[in-house]
Design a binder for this molecule. Structure first.
Ligand code: DQA
Length: 145
């Protein structure tokens, strides 16, 4: 059995479904989890799916992924635009990183147009709602082989 794909989500994504649904859609984080698990399973992977509102906890999980994961899908949420510490953790990772966003941050406010995470990501999937996660898992599974 290969190592799992880690799918980590940052702050406020626990409220998916009720949080600004006109931007982020009506699907909940549990719905997203189910999509990720199904897509990963079809590619022969399991998923470790976690969300945190805390920067340090996300960093702990990224560090854990160094030894435990085949690839990482990360929606850093707001921390993507602010966190040098998350970037530094990603730079030590040594496995493929797919950055993922439900919305298309490049088409929104100027401060969302850049993320620190992009500097360490193999690629980015954004703008497809919950399907961004599915596509990101697909990409991560391909990269993990
Ligand atoms: C987001 C986009 C970010 O700009 C925002 O801060 C989020 C969610 C997305 O999934 O579209 O919290 O990462």
């Amino acid at each position: 059995m290969p190592k799992p794909i880690y799918v980590l989500s940052g702050p406020n994504l626990n409220l998916l479904g009720t949080r600004e649904p006109e931007i982020y859609g009506h699907q909940t984080l549990d719905d997203v989890r189910a999509l990720c698990e199904a897509r990963a399973k079809a590619r022969g992977f399991e998923v470790v799916f976690r969300q945190s509102n805390h920067e340090g906890e996300l960093i702990d999980w990224i560090q854990e992924a160094r030894n435990e994961a085949a690839a990482l899908v990360l929606n850093p949420a707001g921390y993507g635009h602010t966190s040098v510490a998350i970037l530094d953790a990603l730079k030590m990772l040594g496995i493929p990183v797919v950055e993922c966003h439900l919305s298309n941050p490049a088409a929104r406010e100027a401060f969302r147009r850049k993320t620190y995470v992009s500097l360490a990501a193999t690629g980015i999937v954004s703008g497809f709602g919950a399907a961004s996660y599915e596509l990101a898992v697909e990409a991560a599974a391909g990269l993990a082989r």
